[in-house]
Write a protein that binds this ligand. Structure first.
Ligand SMILES: Cc1cc2nc3c(=O)[nH]c(=O)nc-3n(C[C@H](O)[C@H](O)[C@H](O)COP(=O)(O)OP(=O)(O)OC[C@H]3O[C@@H](n4cnc5c(N)ncnc54)[C@H](O)[C@@H]3O)c2cc1C
Length: 236
């Protein structure tokens, strides 16, 4: 009855986003109105302009585009995600539909043990015993809480009341829409990368979402993505 899952999923469901959009918005400064095709006719110049905009943090040309992702991840990931206020979100409702018993358990590669103090700590692998303990304990807890949820629904209790017993390891789903500037800000905080001049220490599970979004975005805006990496992964 309870499904356990260690991965998150991210799908790019809608987009209007390309490097040309950045060039087009930036070139109005010097050239006035131009077509999208016209702005991208010299690839070397395009690359240089995007790099300049990124390096000097001229951020607004990176806002004239849109990407909508469908994301399926545990509720604790969404709690962190929703702190990013310049995105638009719509999430499935625990009031209007019965929540499905899909729960998160860390996969075998997930480092389980934290060492050091807040702000200066690292994660290291767990032992096989610790992995087994985490999997078994989570499953037991998930089964008990979902059974409690079902018991209340079966007795006619409203979904919005019964859901109080469900844990943050429950999977949820949402559409999340952003532009490239907002995505770069998100990635600078929610991924770890040695090219970052300002390192961040995100929780692994939101980083898994970030990595999948980044791969999809890189396919749409390769010059912008390369300039982001070349300039320390700081959002312009
Ligand atoms: C590793 C890590 C640990 C964290 N730990 C905690 C924690 O323990 N507790 C906690 O509560 N949060 C925590 N957070 C969340 C963090 O404080 C931010 O809320 C989150 O990263 C979103 O960042 P943001 O506000 O820059 O992004 P967004 O909300 O997307 O905003 C983007 C940018 O817009 C501007 N902006 C948006 N709103 C305002 C505003 N009201 N006023 C002025 N400028 C604005 C800012 O320049 C901001 O950087 C953590 C985040 C990370 C990455």
């Amino acid at each position: 009855m309870v499904k356990l899952q260690s991965d998150v999923s991210v799908e790019l469901v809608k987009h209007s986003a390309s490097d040309s959009d950045v060039l087009w918005a930036a070139r109005v400064s010097t050239a006035g109105e131009q077509s999208l095709e016209e702005v991208h006719k010299d690839p070397e110049k395009s690359k240089g302009l995007i790099n300049f905009l990124m390096r000097d943090r001229h951020g607004s040309p990176f806002e004239h585009n849109s990407m909508t992702f469908f994301i399926s991840a545990p509720i604790f990931v969404f709690r962190e995600f929703h702190r990013h206020r310049v995105w638009s979100y719509n999430e499935e409702s625990g009031r209007y539909r019965e929540l499905q018993p899909v729960f998160y358990v860390p996969g075998p590669d997930r480092q389980l043990v934290q060492q050091g103090r807040p702000g200066k700590y690292e994660f290291v692998d767990g032992t096989p015993e610790q992995h087994a303990l985490v999997s078994e304990t989570m499953e037991e807890s998930y089964r008990a809480s979902y059974a409690a949820y079902q018991k209340m629904l079966d007795a006619g209790i409203a979904r919005e009341v019964a859901r109080a017993v469900l844990p943050v390891g429950l999977f949820s789903s949402m559409y999340a829409t952003c532009n490239a500037r907002a995505l770069m800000h998100f990635l600078s905080l929610r991924t770890k990368d040695e090219r970052a001049t300002v390192p961040s220490f995100p929780q692994r599970e939101i980083e898994m979402v970030g990595e999948k979004m980044e791969a999809l975005w890189a396919g749409l805006m390769p010059l912008t993505h390369a300039a982001f990496n070349a300039n320390g992964r700081v959002a312009p």
